[in-house]
Design a protein around this ligand. Sequence first.
Ligand SMILES: [Zn+2]
Length: 173
Amino acid sequence: MDEVSYVLRALVGEVGEKVLMLLLEHEEGLDDEEIAEKLGLRINDVRRALYELAKMGFVEQQRIARGELARHSYRWRTDKGMIARALLQRKRATLKKLEERLAVEESSVLYLCPIDGYRYTFDEAFENYFTCPRCGSDLIEINNEEIKKVLRQLVDKLREEIARDEAALSRSV
Ligand SMILES: [Zn+2]
């Protein structure tokens, strides 16, 4: 878990990470009170963390009948496969955002007034004959090659990572 631990903490926070690690040690599941007690945390903090974890697919809730009175209670559980699939989901969502951002960067040309610093889209610059409507200076094209380069590198890296994760998950099924 070490190499994903850092990613996990960024995603689920410190409390979320503690809850996940505890649940991994108790694959039969624990209820929220047991989790709070074992971790020495406030029940409300634990519930908030569980809710966030469930929303991202890192944990699931199980309804269990207890005793003869059939009182129902809920347990939370997870396993390594569930965590791996949830992480993969987050990576796919991140990749989608990066691809969208890259598409915007690739299709947009921005123009800058060197005198007052105002920025214009291509259409705005075109309508004003590539001069600043505020001060009349010639507009200059802003170079976003650096941003595009960084975005492409991130997209490539994430695509490779996702392909690796998918292969690992399909082997473990
Ligand atoms: Zn200007």
